[in-house]
Design a protein around this ligand. Sequence first.
Ligand code: FES
Ligand SMILES: [Fe+2]
Length: 363
Amino acid sequence: MTVARTLPGRYYADPAVFALEQGRIFGEMWVCVGRAEEVGRRGTFVCKTIAGESVIVARDRGGQLRAFHNVCRHRGTPVCTVPRGEASSFRCPYHAWTYGLDGHLLGAPMLGELRAHGFDVDDAALAPVAVESWEGLLWLSLHPAPSAVANQAAPALADLARFARYRLGDLRIGKTIEYQVAANWKLLVENFMECTHCAPMHPELCRAVPDFRSGLTSQERGAELAGEFQAFTVTGKASRPRLPGLLEEDSHRVRALVLLPNILMLLTPDHVVVLLLLPRGTDRTEVRCDWLFDPGAVANPAFDPGDAVELFDTVNRQDWRVMELTQQSMSSRAWRRGGVLAPAERQIAAFNQFVLARLGDSP
Ligand code: FES
Ligand SMILES: [Fe+2]
Protein backbone atom coordinates (compact mmCIF):
# COMPACT_ATOMS: atom_id res chain seq x y z
CA MET A 1 0.00 0.00 0.00
CA THR A 2 1.22 3.47 -0.78
CA VAL A 3 0.28 6.75 0.77
CA ALA A 4 -1.48 9.12 -1.63
CA ARG A 5 0.32 12.34 -2.47
CA THR A 6 -0.94 15.89 -2.83
CA LEU A 7 -0.50 17.76 -6.09
CA PRO A 8 2.98 19.24 -6.57
CA GLY A 9 3.51 22.84 -5.47
CA ARG A 10 3.37 24.34 -8.94
CA TYR A 11 -0.37 23.54 -9.16
CA TYR A 12 -0.90 26.19 -6.49
CA ALA A 13 1.76 28.72 -7.45
CA ASP A 14 2.40 28.64 -11.20
CA PRO A 15 0.51 31.29 -13.24
CA ALA A 16 0.59 28.92 -16.24
CA VAL A 17 -1.40 26.30 -14.30
CA PHE A 18 -3.80 28.99 -13.14
CA ALA A 19 -4.33 30.16 -16.73
CA LEU A 20 -5.00 26.58 -17.83
CA GLU A 21 -7.56 26.10 -15.04
CA GLN A 22 -9.26 29.35 -15.94
CA GLY A 23 -9.65 28.08 -19.49
CA ARG A 24 -10.50 24.42 -18.94
CA ILE A 25 -12.42 24.53 -15.68
CA PHE A 26 -13.84 28.02 -15.12
CA GLY A 27 -13.99 28.89 -18.81
CA GLU A 28 -15.78 25.71 -19.90
CA MET A 29 -17.89 24.38 -17.03
CA TRP A 30 -20.99 25.83 -15.47
CA VAL A 31 -19.75 28.00 -12.60
CA CYS A 32 -21.94 29.21 -9.76
CA VAL A 33 -21.67 32.98 -9.25
CA GLY A 34 -24.41 33.75 -6.73
CA ARG A 35 -28.13 33.40 -6.04
CA ALA A 36 -30.86 33.82 -8.64
CA GLU A 37 -32.74 36.07 -6.22
CA GLU A 38 -30.06 38.73 -6.84
CA VAL A 39 -31.80 39.28 -10.17
CA GLY A 40 -35.27 38.30 -8.98
CA ARG A 41 -37.12 41.41 -10.20
CA ARG A 42 -37.44 42.61 -13.77
CA GLY A 43 -34.96 45.33 -14.59
CA THR A 44 -32.40 44.22 -12.00
CA PHE A 45 -28.85 43.29 -12.95
CA VAL A 46 -25.57 42.15 -11.42
CA CYS A 47 -22.03 42.09 -12.80
CA LYS A 48 -20.05 38.91 -12.14
CA THR A 49 -16.57 37.81 -13.16
CA ILE A 50 -15.70 34.27 -14.26
CA ALA A 51 -12.46 33.12 -15.85
CA GLY A 52 -11.36 36.75 -16.02
CA GLU A 53 -14.46 37.77 -18.02
CA SER A 54 -16.83 40.45 -16.80
CA VAL A 55 -20.41 39.30 -17.37
CA ILE A 56 -23.67 41.21 -16.92
CA VAL A 57 -26.60 39.12 -15.68
CA ALA A 58 -30.00 40.79 -16.01
CA ARG A 59 -33.68 39.98 -15.64
CA ASP A 60 -35.18 41.57 -18.74
CA ARG A 61 -38.59 43.23 -19.08
CA GLY A 62 -40.19 39.94 -20.07
CA GLY A 63 -38.86 38.31 -16.90
CA GLN A 64 -36.24 36.28 -18.73
CA LEU A 65 -32.77 35.76 -17.31
CA ARG A 66 -30.07 37.08 -19.66
CA ALA A 67 -26.30 37.24 -19.53
CA PHE A 68 -23.76 38.85 -21.82
CA HIS A 69 -20.15 39.89 -21.89
CA ASN A 70 -19.67 43.33 -20.41
CA VAL A 71 -17.80 44.50 -23.52
CA CYS A 72 -19.16 47.25 -25.76
CA ARG A 73 -19.33 46.22 -29.40
CA HIS A 74 -17.97 49.60 -30.49
CA ARG A 75 -14.48 49.93 -28.98
CA GLY A 76 -14.61 47.43 -26.12
CA THR A 77 -15.28 49.54 -23.02
CA PRO A 78 -17.32 47.82 -20.28
CA VAL A 79 -20.89 49.10 -20.64
CA CYS A 80 -21.68 48.47 -16.99
CA THR A 81 -19.39 49.86 -14.30
CA VAL A 82 -21.33 49.15 -11.10
CA PRO A 83 -21.68 45.75 -9.39
CA ARG A 84 -25.49 45.69 -9.30
CA GLY A 85 -28.55 47.82 -9.74
CA GLU A 86 -31.74 48.49 -11.67
CA ALA A 87 -31.76 49.71 -15.23
CA SER A 88 -33.84 49.78 -18.37
CA SER A 89 -30.72 49.87 -20.55
CA PHE A 90 -26.92 49.97 -20.39
CA ARG A 91 -25.25 53.06 -21.78
CA CYS A 92 -21.57 52.74 -22.57
CA PRO A 93 -19.58 55.47 -20.78
CA TYR A 94 -17.30 56.02 -23.80
CA HIS A 95 -19.47 57.03 -26.80
CA ALA A 96 -22.92 56.24 -25.37
CA TRP A 97 -23.86 53.20 -27.40
CA THR A 98 -26.92 51.94 -25.55
CA TYR A 99 -28.05 48.33 -25.11
CA GLY A 100 -31.33 46.87 -23.85
CA LEU A 101 -31.57 44.38 -21.01
CA ASP A 102 -31.77 41.69 -23.68
CA GLY A 103 -28.36 42.81 -24.94
CA HIS A 104 -29.55 44.34 -28.20
CA LEU A 105 -28.15 47.63 -29.43
CA LEU A 106 -30.90 50.22 -28.99
CA GLY A 107 -29.09 53.28 -30.19
CA ALA A 108 -25.76 54.91 -30.93
CA PRO A 109 -24.89 58.51 -31.84
CA MET A 110 -23.42 57.62 -35.22
CA LEU A 111 -25.92 54.92 -36.08
CA GLY A 112 -27.33 56.56 -39.23
CA GLU A 113 -23.89 56.96 -40.67
CA LEU A 114 -22.90 53.43 -39.71
CA ARG A 115 -26.06 52.04 -41.30
CA ALA A 116 -25.32 53.94 -44.48
CA HIS A 117 -22.07 52.02 -44.57
CA GLY A 118 -23.82 48.67 -44.25
CA PHE A 119 -23.64 48.27 -40.47
CA ASP A 120 -26.13 45.68 -39.17
CA VAL A 121 -27.60 46.71 -35.81
CA ASP A 122 -28.86 43.19 -35.11
CA ASP A 123 -25.31 42.00 -35.36
CA ALA A 124 -24.12 44.45 -32.70
CA ALA A 125 -25.79 42.97 -29.62
CA LEU A 126 -23.63 42.31 -26.57
CA ALA A 127 -22.10 38.83 -26.88
CA PRO A 128 -24.36 36.37 -25.01
CA VAL A 129 -23.23 34.09 -22.17
CA ALA A 130 -25.16 30.98 -21.08
CA VAL A 131 -27.02 31.55 -17.82
CA GLU A 132 -29.25 29.32 -15.70
CA SER A 133 -30.94 29.35 -12.36
CA TRP A 134 -30.74 25.88 -10.79
CA GLU A 135 -31.70 25.16 -7.19
CA GLY A 136 -31.87 28.93 -6.65
CA LEU A 137 -28.21 29.19 -7.60
CA LEU A 138 -27.10 31.45 -10.42
CA TRP A 139 -24.84 29.73 -12.94
CA LEU A 140 -22.85 31.00 -15.89
CA SER A 141 -21.02 29.10 -18.60
CA LEU A 142 -18.63 30.55 -21.13
CA HIS A 143 -18.96 27.36 -23.19
CA PRO A 144 -20.59 28.24 -26.53
CA ALA A 145 -23.22 25.49 -26.29
CA PRO A 146 -23.38 23.97 -22.81
CA SER A 147 -25.93 21.33 -21.84
CA ALA A 148 -28.12 22.02 -18.78
CA VAL A 149 -26.47 22.67 -15.41
CA ALA A 150 -28.16 19.60 -13.96
CA ASN A 151 -26.32 17.47 -16.53
CA GLN A 152 -22.92 18.82 -15.62
CA ALA A 153 -20.70 15.80 -15.27
CA ALA A 154 -18.90 16.97 -12.16
CA PRO A 155 -18.45 14.72 -9.18
CA ALA A 156 -20.90 15.46 -6.39
CA LEU A 157 -23.26 17.67 -8.38
CA ALA A 158 -25.83 14.89 -8.38
CA ASP A 159 -25.57 14.56 -4.60
CA LEU A 160 -27.71 17.62 -4.18
CA ALA A 161 -30.70 15.76 -5.63
CA ARG A 162 -30.55 13.42 -2.64
CA PHE A 163 -31.07 16.40 -0.36
CA ALA A 164 -33.94 17.95 -2.31
CA ARG A 165 -35.93 18.18 0.93
CA TYR A 166 -33.74 21.13 1.98
CA ARG A 167 -35.48 22.97 -0.93
CA LEU A 168 -32.42 25.01 -1.74
CA GLY A 169 -34.28 26.72 -4.58
CA ASP A 170 -36.86 28.24 -2.23
CA LEU A 171 -34.47 29.50 0.45
CA ARG A 172 -33.62 33.17 0.76
CA ILE A 173 -30.41 35.00 1.57
CA GLY A 174 -30.29 36.15 5.19
CA LYS A 175 -26.72 37.36 5.09
CA THR A 176 -23.83 37.54 2.62
CA ILE A 177 -20.17 38.06 3.49
CA GLU A 178 -17.44 38.36 0.88
CA TYR A 179 -13.88 37.42 1.79
CA GLN A 180 -10.65 38.04 -0.11
CA VAL A 181 -8.35 35.13 0.64
CA ALA A 182 -4.67 35.18 -0.34
CA ALA A 183 -4.58 31.50 -1.26
CA ASN A 184 -5.19 29.25 -4.24
CA TRP A 185 -8.81 28.11 -4.65
CA LYS A 186 -7.82 24.43 -4.58
CA LEU A 187 -6.41 24.77 -1.05
CA LEU A 188 -9.86 25.99 0.01
CA VAL A 189 -11.66 23.06 -1.63
CA GLU A 190 -9.22 20.56 -0.13
CA ASN A 191 -9.52 22.16 3.29
CA PHE A 192 -13.30 21.74 3.20
CA MET A 193 -12.95 18.06 2.29
CA GLU A 194 -11.33 16.98 5.54
CA CYS A 195 -11.88 17.64 9.19
CA THR A 196 -8.67 16.35 10.71
CA HIS A 197 -7.78 20.05 11.07
CA CYS A 198 -11.02 20.77 12.97
CA ALA A 199 -9.76 19.82 16.45
CA PRO A 200 -6.63 21.99 16.33
CA MET A 201 -8.23 24.90 14.46
CA HIS A 202 -11.96 25.15 15.16
CA PRO A 203 -12.85 25.01 18.89
CA GLU A 204 -16.25 26.68 18.35
CA LEU A 205 -17.13 24.30 15.52
CA CYS A 206 -16.10 21.25 17.56
CA ARG A 207 -18.21 22.45 20.46
CA ALA A 208 -21.25 22.49 18.14
CA VAL A 209 -20.35 19.24 16.35
CA PRO A 210 -18.17 17.07 18.66
CA ASP A 211 -17.72 14.38 15.96
CA PHE A 212 -15.57 16.88 14.06
CA ARG A 213 -13.03 16.65 16.89
CA SER A 214 -12.08 13.19 15.71
CA GLY A 215 -12.06 14.34 12.09
CA LEU A 216 -15.11 12.20 11.38
CA THR A 217 -17.11 13.51 8.45
CA SER A 218 -19.20 11.91 5.79
CA GLN A 219 -21.18 13.53 3.02
CA GLU A 220 -23.64 10.67 3.28
CA ARG A 221 -24.38 10.71 6.99
CA GLY A 222 -23.25 14.13 8.04
CA ALA A 223 -22.37 14.69 11.68
CA GLU A 224 -24.51 15.03 14.81
CA LEU A 225 -24.83 18.34 16.62
CA ALA A 226 -23.79 18.25 20.28
CA GLY A 227 -26.55 16.96 22.56
CA GLU A 228 -27.36 20.35 24.04
CA PHE A 229 -27.32 22.09 20.63
CA GLN A 230 -30.65 22.64 18.91
CA ALA A 231 -29.17 24.46 15.93
CA PHE A 232 -25.85 25.12 14.20
CA THR A 233 -25.45 28.48 15.91
CA VAL A 234 -22.93 30.08 18.21
CA THR A 235 -25.26 29.72 21.20
CA GLY A 236 -26.63 26.31 20.24
CA LYS A 237 -30.13 27.73 20.59
CA ALA A 238 -32.65 27.53 17.78
CA SER A 239 -33.79 31.05 16.91
CA ARG A 240 -35.82 29.85 13.93
CA PRO A 241 -38.06 26.88 13.18
CA ARG A 242 -36.48 23.96 11.38
CA LEU A 243 -36.56 24.05 7.61
CA PRO A 244 -39.92 22.62 6.59
CA GLY A 245 -39.85 19.18 5.02
CA LEU A 246 -36.72 17.88 6.73
CA LEU A 247 -36.67 14.32 8.03
CA GLU A 248 -36.20 13.35 11.64
CA GLU A 249 -32.64 12.26 10.80
CA ASP A 250 -31.85 15.81 9.59
CA SER A 251 -33.11 17.55 12.71
CA HIS A 252 -29.86 17.35 14.62
CA ARG A 253 -27.33 16.94 11.85
CA VAL A 254 -24.90 18.98 9.77
CA ARG A 255 -23.90 17.83 6.29
CA ALA A 256 -21.04 19.15 4.20
CA LEU A 257 -21.23 18.91 0.40
CA VAL A 258 -18.83 19.92 -2.34
CA LEU A 259 -20.28 20.68 -5.75
CA LEU A 260 -17.45 21.06 -8.21
CA PRO A 261 -16.05 23.16 -9.50
CA ASN A 262 -16.68 25.89 -6.95
CA ILE A 263 -19.40 25.33 -4.33
CA LEU A 264 -18.88 24.29 -0.71
CA MET A 265 -22.11 23.80 1.18
CA LEU A 266 -23.32 23.06 4.69
CA LEU A 267 -26.83 21.75 5.27
CA THR A 268 -28.04 22.40 8.81
CA PRO A 269 -31.45 22.00 10.49
CA ASP A 270 -32.54 25.63 10.11
CA HIS A 271 -30.24 27.08 7.46
CA VAL A 272 -27.88 26.32 4.60
CA VAL A 273 -24.47 27.91 4.14
CA VAL A 274 -23.19 28.25 0.56
CA LEU A 275 -19.57 29.20 -0.08
CA LEU A 276 -18.67 30.14 -3.65
CA LEU A 277 -15.02 30.13 -4.61
CA LEU A 278 -14.09 32.57 -7.35
CA PRO A 279 -10.41 32.23 -8.28
CA ARG A 280 -8.77 35.56 -9.12
CA GLY A 281 -5.10 34.54 -9.24
CA THR A 282 -2.74 31.72 -8.27
CA ASP A 283 -2.78 33.07 -4.72
CA ARG A 284 -6.04 35.02 -4.70
CA THR A 285 -9.55 33.70 -4.19
CA GLU A 286 -12.69 35.71 -3.72
CA VAL A 287 -15.11 33.82 -1.50
CA ARG A 288 -18.77 34.66 -1.27
CA CYS A 289 -20.61 33.13 1.68
CA ASP A 290 -24.43 33.16 1.72
CA TRP A 291 -26.43 32.09 4.76
CA LEU A 292 -29.78 30.88 3.43
CA PHE A 293 -33.00 30.55 5.40
CA ASP A 294 -36.63 29.67 4.94
CA PRO A 295 -38.41 32.60 3.23
CA GLY A 296 -40.90 32.75 6.11
CA ALA A 297 -38.08 33.19 8.62
CA VAL A 298 -36.44 35.97 6.56
CA ALA A 299 -39.79 37.78 6.18
CA ASN A 300 -40.31 37.80 9.97
CA PRO A 301 -39.69 41.38 11.21
CA ALA A 302 -37.71 39.93 14.13
CA PHE A 303 -35.44 37.89 11.82
CA ASP A 304 -31.83 38.01 12.96
CA PRO A 305 -29.37 35.58 11.37
CA GLY A 306 -26.54 36.74 13.66
CA ASP A 307 -26.23 33.54 15.72
CA ALA A 308 -25.85 31.38 12.60
CA VAL A 309 -23.56 33.85 10.86
CA GLU A 310 -21.26 34.27 13.85
CA LEU A 311 -20.47 30.57 14.10
CA PHE A 312 -19.52 29.90 10.51
CA ASP A 313 -17.94 33.31 9.92
CA THR A 314 -15.59 32.43 12.79
CA VAL A 315 -14.81 29.08 11.16
CA ASN A 316 -14.25 30.77 7.79
CA ARG A 317 -11.76 33.26 9.20
CA GLN A 318 -9.89 30.50 11.04
CA ASP A 319 -9.64 28.57 7.77
CA TRP A 320 -8.56 31.55 5.66
CA ARG A 321 -5.75 32.39 8.06
CA VAL A 322 -4.20 28.95 7.72
CA MET A 323 -4.90 28.82 3.97
CA GLU A 324 -2.93 32.05 3.57
CA LEU A 325 -0.06 30.63 5.61
CA THR A 326 -0.07 27.40 3.61
CA GLN A 327 -0.09 29.30 0.32
CA GLN A 328 3.26 30.81 1.28
CA SER A 329 4.83 27.33 1.12
CA MET A 330 3.39 26.40 -2.26
CA SER A 331 6.29 27.99 -4.13
CA SER A 332 8.92 26.67 -1.72
CA ARG A 333 11.58 24.39 -3.17
CA ALA A 334 10.72 22.06 -0.28
CA TRP A 335 7.23 21.68 -1.74
CA ARG A 336 8.13 20.91 -5.35
CA ARG A 337 6.84 17.36 -5.01
CA GLY A 338 4.05 18.33 -2.63
CA GLY A 339 3.17 16.31 0.46
CA VAL A 340 1.03 13.38 1.54
CA LEU A 341 -2.65 12.72 2.11
CA ALA A 342 -3.75 10.84 5.21
CA PRO A 343 -6.32 8.07 4.62
CA ALA A 344 -9.08 10.33 6.06
CA GLU A 345 -8.22 12.88 3.35
CA ARG A 346 -8.96 10.59 0.41
CA GLN A 347 -11.72 12.81 -0.99
CA ILE A 348 -8.95 15.30 -1.77
CA ALA A 349 -7.24 12.74 -4.00
CA ALA A 350 -10.48 12.42 -6.01
CA PHE A 351 -10.68 16.22 -6.33
CA ASN A 352 -7.06 16.35 -7.50
CA GLN A 353 -7.88 13.72 -10.13
CA PHE A 354 -10.79 15.87 -11.30
CA VAL A 355 -8.46 18.85 -11.71
CA LEU A 356 -5.81 16.81 -13.53
CA ALA A 357 -8.39 15.29 -15.86
CA ARG A 358 -9.79 18.74 -16.75
CA LEU A 359 -6.28 20.02 -17.43
CA GLY A 360 -5.38 16.92 -19.43
CA ASP A 361 -2.41 16.52 -17.11
CA SER A 362 -0.59 14.05 -14.96
CA PRO A 363 1.46 15.53 -12.13
S1 FES B 1 -16.69 51.91 -26.70
FE1 FES B 1 -18.73 51.83 -26.07
S2 FES B 1 -19.65 53.40 -27.13
FE2 FES B 1 -17.63 53.46 -27.84
FE1 LIG C 1 -11.83 24.36 8.53
